[in-house]
Design a protein around this ligand. Structure first.
Ligand code: 4AD
Ligand code: MG
Length: 455
């Protein structure tokens, strides 16, 4: 519809007959004609169509109820009525698919919980249509950002034998039949070893960065995390750039630039969708996004962050002391209350971070960084990687990882090792940030969360 109308408006033959196909949002009848509000999901706006009684197809007008699929042929004319600039003066109607009266989206004002229970129909609602168009445009912007900077897009595997994050949150991939009498051993399985769905493409990304310099991955990621929060999904998409000859500083620079780019892109290309979020989801959204796009972010070390939290006078559920992993409440205090802008925290204690991060000279901290944003907390997590073979070996030992399993990862240090760094951005968390949506389940077409795998 968007393309059709654009074309009709720009062509000299605007008076030519056009056909649109879409779904009826509402219909109003009077004796001599009917108004049909049509939408095909390509943009937020409906187009109003006026159909005089007696035109071909008008006999079916009573069946053109909310949700019905309808084709309308007619002319685009300047609307004499209020509320819209253009309307279609129909010359013919076609009922394509009826929508019986139990159509769940007839009534407005459903709760997000109810909408999740009809995830197959909810993209037809204005708000969700806007969310998923935004998701599409953000995906394009991700690829554009990296393409403009000459990063190579690498497709890392989805089935893997290595646990990148070491957090034990992996889904097992097996073809073994639990009902079979055969012993359920890894060596009897499809790959002759234990395999899982990937929690991160980073390790494979490092292999490509130490060959092609700047790369990124953008794909699905799986975590069997049993945390039923508004920010965790079991299946989500992650964007992971990895840069050879890059240190933590360069890594933080890229992460901040990336967040700003995506926010600016959302502001520039919102085509009306941002306004619906601003109106119905989060009244301060557009103002906040403009602020984020313009203002520099803050950076603090973990040690400074701990001091800020300890001196805050706040009571936290998880008390703050040097060495703890920052919890969501701490992250949100820093970014929402203290700095009131996106904030990068870096140089975390070694003990709370994975094996691959580079040990700092103090021996206690690693070159980790997390980018925190108001309303959500961590949106990006990354690090400069340990490129020194002996230090990496020692780290692996501390994490009880066998060098044998990671032989190929060690090879990257054996042959032409170099400083390199990267990060992972949770795509859905970024989407929550630019749409104001409060629950990650509402920015994923069909969300997978603990205890739920419908659709
Ligand atoms: O901080 P994480 O666990 O970092 C990594 O996986 C690194 N290997 C990335 C890298 O350096 N290449 O995850 C990165 C980001 C988080 O900051 C968060 O935004 C998102 O992924 N994330 C999730 N998003 C939704 N649901 C979950 N369960 C998530 N877990 C992490
Ligand atoms: Mg993290």
């Amino acid at each position: 519809m968007r393309t059709l109308i654009k074309r009709a408006l720009t062509s000299e033959s605007a008076q030519e007959s056009i056909t649109i196909k879409g779904w009826v949002r509402t219909r109003r009848d009077s004796k001599a004609f009917s108004f049909l509000e049509m939408n095909d999901g390509s943009c937020l706006a409906n187009i109003q169509c006026i159909a005089d009684a007696g035109i071909p197809g008008y006999d079916d007008v009573a069946k053109m109820t909310t949700g019905a699929a309808v084709g309308i042929t007619g002319k685009l004319i300047e609307s004499p009525g209020k509320g819209q600039k253009w309307e279609i003066q129909a010359t013919a109607l076609e009922l394509i698919g009826e929508s019986p009266e139990d159509y769940p989206l007839q009534k407005k004002g459903h709760t997000p919980e109810f909408m999740r229970s009809i995830s197959h129909l909810r993209p037809r609602a204005n708000l969700y249509g806007a969310v998923f168009r935004m998701r599409s445009r953000m995906s394009q912007a991700v690829n554009r950002f990296f393409d403009e900077r000459d990063f190579t897009y690498v497709h890392t595997p989805i089935i893997t034998a290595s646990d990148c994050e070491g957090a034990g949150e992996m889904f097992r991939v097996t073809t073994q039949d639990p009902a079979s009498d055969k012993p359920q051993k890894p060596e009897n399985d499809f790959f002759k070893k234990s395999t899982y769905l990937t929690v991160s493409g980073q390790l494979e990304g490092e292999a490509y960065a130490t060959a092609l310099s700047n790369i990124y991955t953008f794909g699905p990621t799986f975590r069997a995390e049993n945390s039923n929060t508004t920010r965790h999904a079991c299946e989500f998409w992650m964007i992971e750039p990895e840069m050879a000859f890059c240190d933590l500083e360069g890594d933080m620079d890229l992460a901040e630039e990336f967040v700003k780019y995506l926010v600016q892109d959302a502001l520039d290309n919102n085509e009306g969708d941002l306004e619906i979020f601003n109106k119905f989801v989060d009244k301060g959204l557009i103002e906040r996004l403009k602020h984020v796009a313009k203002k520099p972010f803050q950076r603090v070390t973990y040690t400074e962050a701990v001091e800020i939290l300890q001196n805050s006078g706040q009571t936290f559920e998880y008390p703050v002391e040097w060495g703890i992993n920052l919890q969501s409440e701490h992250e949100r205090y820093l970014t929402e209350e203290h700095f009131n802008c996106p904030t990068t925290v870096y140089n975390y204690p070694k003990s709370v971070k994975p094996f691959y991060m580079r040990t700092n000279d103090d021996g206690k901290t690693v070159t980790a960084m997390d980018l925190l944003v108001p309303g959500i907390g961590e949106i990006v997590g990354g690090a400069q990687r340990e490129e020194r073979m002996d230090v990496l070996q020692a780290n692996m030992k501390e994490h009880n990882l066998s060098e044998e399993d990671y032989w190929w990862y060690m090879d990257l240090r054996k042959y032409g090792t170099c400083p390199h760094a990267g990060f992972g951005m949770g795509f859905e968390r970024m989407l929550m940030f630019v749409t104001g949506m409060k629950n990650i389940r509402d920015v994923i077409p069909f969300a997978r969360t603990p205890g739920s795998c419908e659709f």
